[in-house]
Design a protein around this ligand. Structure first.
Ligand code: 7TS
Length: 407
């Protein structure tokens, strides 16, 4: 169960910010890291650091074991069939770009369609815009219901036999909405399209199962799930990855290099050109172990309770508008809002004076801001270490800000 002891695992939560104990409510941007993850990275550098896959000396073997062990941990977390389906990348953005540049460029042709939604993060929009432009394909958007959810009838209307790729976020980093990925995947497949899942806001909060989702690709970042920055994952079905071309060429990813042409290594090395992110993978493996030890059901339950409490308390503040579904069950652990007449940047600055860290801006989702008809919003996002007291501090801070701005 989630309790006070979890907070003790995160050294940064003891920091004082502007003379107040920090209240960190920006985990959707990046989560904090528990001591076990920090230690796993230090221990790797202290005891096993070397380059991987060189297979001659002992440290090299230890580093390879640590790196490939982390890949097995990710495979288990995703319930993927094989570690060949787990590609380490720099993060969600790199993973999605890899799919667009490799699978997309080889399979999308003039007149084809790529389908996304209005609630995507820029990193699940721009790679597809670029691909559509290069291939003279059409980029189409699935509209949202007024409460900011996906309606499967709308998905069926927009996805057609011309659609080659459907790309959708598992959970919105602004609305919080959790999307029906399995059902959308079925619609994509019925039309002969592949399904790409942006799990940046899913993987930190819920158990993944790529086999039951049946998605073709799935991307996530380590740093949003208690792991370090600079490491992420692209899951892809083996049959698709086998036929795809690499996008980064150099060391590690080759089989044979001739003067004028070369052949590629087997999966997953084919997509991991250059010295890989070894310490990052080790840290991600430790983070997954840590989260699994708490249990993803307990994590989801804790976040639902916090979001419900936050929704209830925040709705009592006059002039405060909350975006996205109003029921906690439909949401990941975040609340996005605006306080009437107060710019979210000013709000975030005033809260920071009390040690409360929230995010303000367009959250890398400008098309969604347009859909919401706002230029920016404020967002409080929760993770395993947040408590009802944090929500109370936020609500108190919002009330103070309201007074401060004379509302
Ligand atoms: N997709 C979603 C849904 C995201 O929320 C983010 C990051 C990304 C992709 C990109 O992940 P990256 O690790 O490659 O950067 N979202 C946020 C956010 O909401 N605030 O800062 C980053």
């Amino acid at each position: 169960m989630i309790n006070e002891t979890i907070r003790q695992d995160f050294p940064i939560l003891k920091e004082i910010v502007n003379e107040h104990p920090v209240v960190y409510l920006d985990s959707a941007a990046t989560s904090q890291k528990p001591q076990v993850v920090i230690d796993a990275i230090s221990r790797y550098y202290e005891t096993s650091n070397s380059n991987v896959h060189r297979g001659v000396h002992t440290l090299g073997n230890l580093a390879t074991e640590a790196y490939e062990g982390a890949r097995e941990t990710v495979r288990r977390f995703l319930n993927a069939n094989s570690t060949k389906e787990v590609i380490f990348t720099r993060g969600t953005t790199a993973s999605l770009n890899l799919v667009a540049q490799s699978y997309g460029y080889a399979n999308v042709e003039e007149g084809d369609e790529i389908v996304i939604t209005y609630m995507e993060h820029h990193s699940n929009i721009i790679p597809w815009q670029q691909l559509a432009r290069a291939k003279k394909a059409t980029l189409k958007y699935i509209d949202l219901t007024p409460e900011g959810t996906i309606d499967l009838e709308e998905v069926k209307r927009v996805v057609t036999p011309k659609t080659k790729i459907v790309a959708m976020t598992m959970a919105s980093n602004v609305l919080g909405t959790i999307n029906p990925i399995e059902e959308v995947t079925n619609i994509a497949h019925a039309n002969g399209a592949v399904m790409v899942v942006d799990a940046a806001q899913g993987a930190p909060h819920m158990k993944m199962d790529v086999q039951s989702l049946d998605c073709d690709f799935l991307a996530f970042s380590g740093h949003k799930m208690a792991g370090p920055t600079g490491i992420g994952v692209l899951y892809g079905k083996q049959s698709l990855l086998e036929e795809m071309e690499p996008v980064e060429f150099g060391g590690e990813m080759i089989d044979f290099v001739g003067l004028y042409e070369s052949t590629w290594a087997d999966l997953p090395a084919k997509f991991e050109g250059g010295t890989p992110i070894i310490a990052g993978a080790v840290g991600l493996g430790a983070a997954i172990d840590y989260l699994e030890n708490i249990g993803f059901d307990a994590i989801a339950q804790h976040e639902r309770e916090l979001v419900q409490y936050a929704l209830d308390e925040m709705q009592k503040i006059e002039g405060l508008e909350i975006y996205g579904p109003k029921e906690a069950e439909k949401r990941a652990g975040l609340v996005t809002f605006n306080l009437k007449e107060v710019h979210p940047h000013d709000l975030a600055t005033v809260l920071d004076m009390s040690g409360i860290a929230i995010r303000a801006g367009h959250h890398c989702a400008q098309p969604l801001m347009k859909w919401l008809d706002v230029s920016a919003t404020a967002r409080a996002s929760f993770y395993i270490y947040n408590t009802k007291e944090d929500v109370d501090r936020l609500v108190e801070g919002l009330r103070m800000a309201k007074e401060y701005f004379g509302e």
